[in-house]
Design a protein. Structure first.
Length: 270
């Protein structure tokens, strides 16, 4: 059996989590990440027939039955993940239609999956129904996007158009836009269901006065989506109180979309 600490999927997650913390996106134990893995990716690193214990999930996700998930733990500080991955992370297999997470590695000190696990798994299921290549769900609290939800209209179209107008790359990076949810109680199945519904039409979902969810084919894509939206929000907050003399017009946004071979979300350009 190979040492799981050297597994590419684990080293990449540790590196990404450390970068998220360094960006200031994941204070204390804020934020969580989950990665869907295939059996052939994990079989060399854990004994698939010797589970450590079962963890009830409190929800159902039949589409993910049998899936392997590498996930951050509840109450774990991102700054500490690189020093003791086995304490902060866990590799689980979903069973019983998603109602049980069978622990195969990690959570060495009795830990459990993130409290946002339902939202993650529901989002995974929703995105897989749209794009089977999506394997990562990432939740964090980027400063400027969070601040923007206090001063900007929370209509998803309006929010997206503002972000698109801040940087030329935005419409190319997230042409389907950003969906925005009003404030909801976190750590519940209700916010998980609402997020999953929004994930059917966008890879970024903002939780007002809280943070953002991003999905992608891999950790780089999910991180890059959030990073790009966060930079746009930062620019917006720097200029929102000033008279705007120039902007990126809708016609220019169309030119950008054509240049990069993407289609801006239908009806979101005037």
């Amino acid at each position: 059996m190979k040492d799981i600490i050297s597994a590419p999927f684990l080293t990449e997650l540790i590196r990404t989590i450390s970068t998220m913390y360094a960006h200031g996106w994941d204070e204390r134990n804020g934020g969580n990440v989950s990665v869907l893995l295939n059996e052939d990716q994990v079989a060399d690193y854990v004994d698939l027939h010797a589970p450590i214990r079962d963890i009830p999930t409190g929800f159902e996700a039949p589409a993910l039955d049998g899936a392997y998930v590498l996930v951050t733990g509840t109450g774990k500080y991102f700054r500490n993940v690189q020093y003791d991955p086995a304490d902060s992370l866990g590799l689980v297999k979903l069973l019983d239609g998603g109602r049980t997470a069978q622990l195969l590695w990690g959570f060495s000190n009795g830990g459990s999956v993130t409290s946002e696990f339902p939202a993650h798994m529901m989002s995974h299921a929703a995105r897989l129904s749209v794009d089977p290549a999506n394997r990562v769900v990432m939740h964090c609290h980027p400063n400027h996007l969070l601040a923007m939800t206090y001063v900007h209209d929370l209509d998803s179209r309006a929010f997206t158009r503002t972000l698109w107008q801040m940087c030329s790359e935005c419409v190319a990076v997230f042409p389907e836009g950003v969906n925005v949810l009003p404030w909801m109680l976190c750590g519940t199945n209700e916010i998980g269901q609402a997020t999953a519904e929004q994930m059917k039409t966008a890879r970024l979902v903002v939780w007002a006065q809280h943070g953002i969810y991003g999905v992608g084919r891999d950790l780089d894509e999910a991180f890059g989506l959030i990073e790009t939206a966060e930079k746009a929000a930062e620019i917006y907050l720097k200029i929102a109180h000033l008279p705007r003399l120039n902007t990126i017009t809708d016609e220019q946004l169309r030119l950008l979309a054509d240049k990069f071979g993407v289609r801006a979300r239908e009806g979101w350009l005037d």
